[in-house]
Design a protein around this ligand. Structure first.
Ligand code: M6R
Length: 615
């Protein structure tokens, strides 16, 4: 979604802002802009539709160079108003205040009407523009940019991360957040703001993570922070452990490809110090985990997109291994329902970013509930809002995931959820030592098994070529493999723009079989489990409709070869925990290579954002 970078520094800030925007490109956006306070103390702005490269070109063609030691910049993902120069941020009011904003101001129409009545002229269709006018209006009654911003934000309903500058207060940036993340990067070169660390890693590793409702007054040499209640507070400076090689492409062509191939290591890191040779360490979920896991009677999982699919797989494991009733729901639905919340429910949120607005709001809502409930977040980003809101936390440790299409975050979420199933199973006395040892040794084998599966890339490249002219595809699985089929279909949709559906194979006859013809490839997942024979019958049904079939099978499943069927022996002898994780890999590779053939923007597919921080 939108990205913010800004700062006050000793030298010209423009190259730092542009570099920051380039590092935020992965979040998804459709226009970009920058404003600096130039040497004549004038707000000097450039905005462009499309890539940051267009903005750079625009800046380089200016007669008067964009130079200044303080400024703010933005990548915009259109919500209110089309992608256009006039809607791109930063917005300016009367040459005297400029702002960048992430989030949505829900009451903007009401504020806009009031501001128009006060004489403000609107130059964009955005919700954001009310912010700049509100601060301008508040500045009329105070001689502090901080106070004016504090006053203005009191009138906003919605979510925001905001950066503000003004020629009346040169050398100051005001930064505030509520519902959208915002961090401060501190360094000897100056002090900076950004919507995430990636934007500033070339400048500093030292960050302050603003808390909900915080507002900061930032200058070259100082960062003063006030909490929501207006009192000055000290927030700790934390040193980021992110390394440059983690965020550079290295030998890979795309981040998605890099992240697919990083999975063996990512899973090793997820397992590190969370298991012994034979057991799962319950304390890995937090010091109260044992006591909580013994008490709970139900589990409610809430997440979005790929993380939701991880939750769907986990339902099978939790009910099977831990014998605990588990429901899974997409956050955007759950947060607006009036669900029956049973006492002693463990509410689990799963998220790569930890900033997904729907998931976060669902968690906040559930915490207001009076029943005895507990919360656990499984997340990849340690300083995220979801982590801060949760009682128990578990980090997936997959390292930064930059490609919009989630890959390593998913498989490490699955590993984390497998550990959770075993941990809860043990605390509830539902899993034998022998079974636990078997699962743990399966998990320990995973990095090696994935590395082996990745070697099948050559074969998958050949298969991908057959999708060149396809517009539809059907993914089939049974049991937990239905969720893996859903994930395979989502990946294909996201990056190759091929319409893909996933169905539990047993549902074919109830409707979707009508879609099957020779132009609709069917991708089936065939583990060697108790539903194998049923899946084989489903494949027969498809055969008689003449469709191209690709079957990723466990070698021991021995699917009978048929006309128009390609069988890919993916691996062999997998347990119920390892199987869904391994079968994910060829599906990721398939969608990646289909996207390459289709020539799409693999890492930044159209219309999508990496982290969906607005509704
Ligand atoms: O950061 P989160 O895991 O909460 O994000 C949830 C979804 O937005 C995300 O998984 C999305 O579906 C991905 N683009 C899938 O590849």
């Amino acid at each position: 979604m939108c990205g913010i970078v800004g700062g006050v520094c000793k030298n010209n800030i423009t190259p730092i802002l542009i570099d920051g925007l380039e590092h935020l490109e992965y979040r998804g956006y459709d226009s970009a802009g920058v404003v600096v306070l130039d040497k004549n103390n004038i707000l000097s702005r450039a905005r462009s539709v499309g890539k940051v490269a267009n903005l750079k070109k625009n800046i380089s063609h200016r007669k008067i160079p964009l130079l200044g030691s303080s400024g703010i910049a933005h990548t915009r993902w259109a919500t209110h108003g089309e992608p256009s120069n006039r809607n791109a941020h930063p917005h300016i009011c009367n040459h005297s205040v400029s702002i960048v904003h992430n989030g949505i101001i829900e009451n903007f129409l009401q504020l806009k009407t009031q501001q128009q009545a006060q004489g403000y002229n609107f130059t964009s269709d955005t919700d954001t523009e009310v912010i700049v006018h509100a601060i301008h209006q508040a500045l009329k009654n105070t001689n502090s940019l901080l106070t004016a911003t504090q006053k203005a934000i009191k009138t906003f309903i919605g979510a925001y991360g905001i950066g503000v500058i003004s020629p009346q207060y040169p050398g100051h940036i005001i930064a505030t957040r509520s519902g959208s993340p915002l961090i401060i990067g501190v360094s000897k070169k100056g002090n900076f703001i950004a919507s995430d660390q990636m934007a500033l890693l070339n400048i500093t590793r030292d960050f302050i993570f603003l808390e909900e409702g915080d507002i900061a007054d930032i200058t070259l040499n100082s960062v003063i922070i006030y909490a929501k209640n207006g009192k000055q507070v000290r927030r700790q400076i934390k040193t980021s452990t992110l390394k440059n090689q983690q965020i550079s492409l290295g030998k890979y062509k795309h981040y998605m490809q890099k992240e697919i191939f990083e999975q063996p290591q990512a899973i090793r890191d997820t397992l590190e110090s969370r298991i012994t040779k034979k057991t799962v360490l319950v304390s890995a979920f937090g010091h109260r985990a044992k006591e909580i896991f013994k008490t709970i009677k139900h589990i409610q999982i809430v997440a979005c997109g790929t993380s939701y699919h991880a939750g769907l797989v986990a339902k099978y494991w939790l009910e099977d291994i831990a014998k605990i009733a588990t429901s899974v729901e997409v956050a955007s639905e759950y947060r607006y329902r009036k669900p029956v919340i049973l006492p002693h429910t463990l509410f689990v949120t799963i998220s790569q970013s930890g900033e997904t607005a729907d998931t976060l709001e669902a968690l906040k809502a559930i915490k207001k509930h009076r029943s005895k409930i507990y919360t656990l977040t499984i997340c990849n980003c340690v300083e995220s809002s979801l982590i801060r809101e949760s009682e128990l936390i578990f980090l997936t440790r997959s390292g930064p995931e930059i490609s919009v299409a989630s890959t390593k975050a998913f498989t490490t979420q699955l590993v984390s959820l497998a550990l959770l199933s075993v941990a809860i199973g043990r605390c509830r006395g539902q899993i034998s030592r022998l079974e636990e040892t078997k699962i743990v040794s399966g998990l320990n084998r995973l990095p090696g098994l994935i590395a082996k599966t990745l070697k099948q890339e050559g074969q998958i490249i050949k298969l991908a070529k057959t999708f060149k002219d396809k517009f539809n595809a059907l993914f089939l699985g049974r049991g937990s493999m239905h969720a893996i089929a859903m994930e395979g279909a989502l990946k294909l949709k996201e990056i190759s723009y091929i319409h893909a559906e996933a169905y539990p194979a047993g549902e074919l006859k109830h409707g979707p079989i009508a879609l099957i013809d020779k132009d609709t490839p069917v991708i089936a997942i065939a583990p060697n489990d108790e539903l194998l024979d049923k899946l084989k019958s489903n494949l027969q049904e498809i055969k008689s409709r003449g469709s191209q079939m690709i079957v990723f099978e466990d070698e021991s499943a021995q699917v009978t070869p048929m006309k128009s069927m390609t069988i890919v022996p993916t691996t062999t002898d997998l347990g119920r925990i390892t199987a869904p994780i391994i079968f994910t890999i060829p599906l990721q590779l398939l969608s990646y290579h289909v996207a390459l053939i289709k020539g799409t923007n693999v890492d930044r597919p159209r219309n999508l954002a990496k982290s969906v921080t607005v509704e």
